[in-house]
Design a binder for this molecule. Structure first.
Ligand code: HEC
Ligand SMILES: [Cu+2]
Length: 336
């Protein structure tokens, strides 16, 4: 518990964390527009609930068995009433058309919105069970944490290009926008313009295999200058020749192992693309798409046996000795 609190403090980056993913408190234009549909739908269905429930309660009470009723006698049977049948056919059809119309209008308004002048582009690629995040304009790759600038001037938005390398995933940060699927062999787009700095929690919203529930996501909304600093830092390659002898030794160890076939560390010989980019691993708040808070012990446990924290995930247990493990982890911890 103490470790958890310490982690919360060290990793909050001075930004408030929105851990409760409440769609009724949207912080972005698409989320706000969708909240209106949700309210309208809940309002209409709430009225239907009260009317139907009220009629049922009334009927149960009004036609309850009374003393002196003859239990063998059937109540009068009523067949066919044009007025009633027309009413209960036409009214639901009207309601359905109202809901379709309103939804279609909001979907069109969101999809046809023209991008404001300062637009950040992000390519988000779903993997079983982690998110690859690419900033093509900055040649930056990271994972499981999407940093975007806050829309302070009303003209800043982020466009997401959504793709998948394996199965269907779905991007959902409830306070920011509705879900959009990431589909293999197809490119979907969506945009967001968070109006408040903070860390917004999201997750994959389409069942994608055993570790689907551990495919979590953080949207880090920062003031523009902090975002600029973050992205400039992320664009830096890792040190090719670390001065610290312990780190240099760890780097050699890392490069001699199969890690480099699956992971990229920009500026080194590690060029794998199967797993998350590790160039700035330590800048992330979690390990394994939200399964473990980032700290020394968790990182060591993860590299020792990822199957322990995330059974079934596609990083194998590497069966390293304690000494090898310490070396590799000291290298990973230099990747800031
Ligand atoms: C067969 C490919 C493969 C090999 C080999 C491999 N990994 Fe991984 N690694 C992955 C995958 C896939 C993930 C993402 C797992 C997930 O979150 O579901 C991952 C995740 C990680 C993470 C967490 C990254 C993050 O941001 O969440 C670290 C750290 C890591 N690997 C380090 C290593 C090290 C060190 C080695 C070598 C000792 C290694 N990996 C070997 C595929 C591999
Ligand atoms: Cu999923």
């Amino acid at each position: 518990m103490y470790a958890f609190l310490a982690w919360l403090q060290t990793h909050a980056e001075g930004l408030p964390e929105h851990r409760i993913a409440n769609i009724f408190e949207p912080r972005s234009t698409p989320g706000d527009m969708e909240r209106h549909i949700a309210n309208l739908t809940l309002g209409i269905t709430g009225i239907i609930f009260v009317v139907v429930g009220g009629l049922i309660v009334y009927t149960i009470w009004r036609f309850r068995r009374k003393p002196g009723d003859d239990s063998r006698q059937e109540p009068p049977q009523v067949y066919g009433s044009n007025q009633i049948e027309i009413a209960w056919t036409v009214i639901p059809i009207l309601i359905v058309f109202i809901l379709i119309g309103v939804s279609a209008r909001v979907i069109a308004a969101i999809q046809n919105a023209s991008p404001p002048h300062s637009t950040l582009k992000i390519r988000l690629i779903g993997h079983q069970w982690w998110w690859e995040v690419e900033y093509p304009d900055f040649k930056v790759k990271t994972a499981n944490e999407i940093h975007v600038p806050v829309n302070a001037d009303g003209h800043t938005a982020t466009y997401l290009q959504l793709e998948s390398l394996d199965v269907i995933h779905s991007f959902w940060v409830p306070q920011i926008a509705g879900k959009t699927d990431l589909i293999p062999n197809r490119v979907n787009y969506m945009w967001i313009d968070p109006k408040e700095a903070g860390i917004f929690f999201g997750n994959c919203a389409e069942y994608c295999g055993t570790q689907h529930a551990n495919m979590l996501l953080r949207l880090v909304v920062q003031p523009q200058n902090e975002f600029n600093a973050w992205v400039a830092q992320q664009a830096q390659p890792a040190e090719a020749n670390p001065v610290d002898p312990g780190v240099a030794q760890g780097k050699n160890m890392f490069e001699s192992l199969a890690c480099v076939n699956c992971h990229r560390v920009q500026g080194t010989t590690a060029t794998g693309v199967f797993g998350p980019d590790l160039t700035h691993l330590m800048s992330r708040q979690t390990i394994g798409a939200g399964v473990l808070p980032m700290n020394h012990q968790n990182l060591r446990d993860w590299v020792n046996d990822p199957q322990n924290a995330k059974p079934g995930c596609f990083m194998p247990s590497m069966k390293l000795t304690d000494a090898e493990l310490d070396q590799v982890v000291s290298y990973l911890e230099s990747l800031r």
